[in-house]
Design a protein around this ligand. Structure first.
Ligand code: MG
Length: 321
């Protein structure tokens, strides 16, 4: 586990660095509050930080306040290091958002056990975070998180004037899969099909389990052609080869509804509704295909609100099952 150490006194910094390395941690050392803040606010901040109270630029207490109030980074366990020992100082330190404090000069054994306690909290926090954000079967984002990501990406697209692609994928005849293979076999199919689809996405795309056998895919910066290409690639990798399950092998296909949105009025509910409509068309047209809807949020004038242009995806018709 990585530990951020922010301490302006070089001797203490060296002692702290040596101590945490001796106990198997990786040390990230800085000498002032501003440098510490730059690290703590970043998405890949170490999950545990030792902060000196008295430092140039930003004090440890100010840092604790900023982390708790301003940072959008994941949880960080904060330990204040201080020469102050009066009760009111300690109360002020803890009220600023610190999780623990340690008096200077520090005792190695005490520091060690306090870091272990912090590590336990960090690990528990991580477990809870995964539990709250991931789908238990597929480890993809759960429904709540993928909708949150979609909302965030809509806001970003509106702000940056970029396009956003959204795809809803639904495994074909999944009830039949469950009937033939049983629920364990069905779970294996869900897992493998979602892995295949996820594998062909870019690192910054997001995929979540939207419902039983339904997946929601968010493609930042994707125009219509890019969104259709991504959806088509997902369709192909699912049908490519049989999926092996404990109950036997099976060929599975997927239907996909794709939509893109842009502009200041881009709206996540609208995108989902239109992707859903396109998906429904894909199902009706025989399954194992991609259908595209253009989002009405592209339209700025009221008379075209709700209008959908149906784009026949050239070359995308496949033999329906
Ligand atoms: Mg100091």
């Amino acid at each position: 586990m990585r530990i951020l150490i922010a301490e302006d006194d070089p001797t203490t910094l060296l002692l702290l660095e040596r101590a945490v390395k001796d106990w198997g941690y990786e040390a990230v050392a800085v000498r002032d509050g501003n440098s510490a803040w730059e690290i703590l606010r970043s998405a890949d901040s170490p999950p545990l930080a030792l902060l000196d109270w008295m430092m140039p630029a930003l004090s440890g207490v100010e840092l604790c306040c900023k982390v708790r109030q301003e940072s959008e980074a994941p949880f960080v366990y904060l330990v204040l290091l201080t020469g102050k020992t009066k009760t009111e100082d300690i109360v002020q330190g803890m009220e600023s958002g610190a999780d623990d404090y340690l008096s200077k000069p520090f005792d190695r054994q005490e520091l060690k056990v306090r870091l272990r306690a912090g590590q336990r909290i960090v690990e528990l926090h991580e477990k809870l975070r995964i539990h709250a954000t991931r789908d238990a079967l597929t480890s993809l984002w759960n429904r709540r998180m993928i909708l949150e990501i979609l909302g965030r990406e809509c806001a970003r697209a509106a702000r940056a004037g970029t396009e956003l692609g959204v795809v809803i994928a639904d495994l074909d005849h999944f009830k039949r899969v469950n009937d033939i293979l049983g629920h364990l076999g069905g779970d294996a199919v869900l897992l493998e099909a979602s892995r295949r689809m996820n594998r062909v996405l870019r690192p910054y795309d997001a995929m979540g389990r939207y419902g039983g056998e339904e997946f929601l895919i968010v493609l930042p910066g994707c125009d219509q052609a890019g969104t259709v290409t991504a959806a088509e690639r997902m369709r192909q990798v699912v049908e490519e080869t049989e999926i092996a399950t404990p109950a036997g092998n099976i060929l599975v296909t997927v239907s996909l509804g794709a939509v893109t949105g842009e502009g200041p009025s881009i709206d996540s509910d609208e995108l989902i509704k239109n992707a859903d409509t396109a998906l429904y068309r894909a199902k009706r047209a025989g399954r194992n295909r991609v259908e595209v809807a253009t989002s009405s949020s592209n339209c700025v004038s009221s008379n075209c609100a709700g209008a959908q242009t149906e784009v026949a995806p050239a070359g995308l018709s496949h033999c329906p099952d």
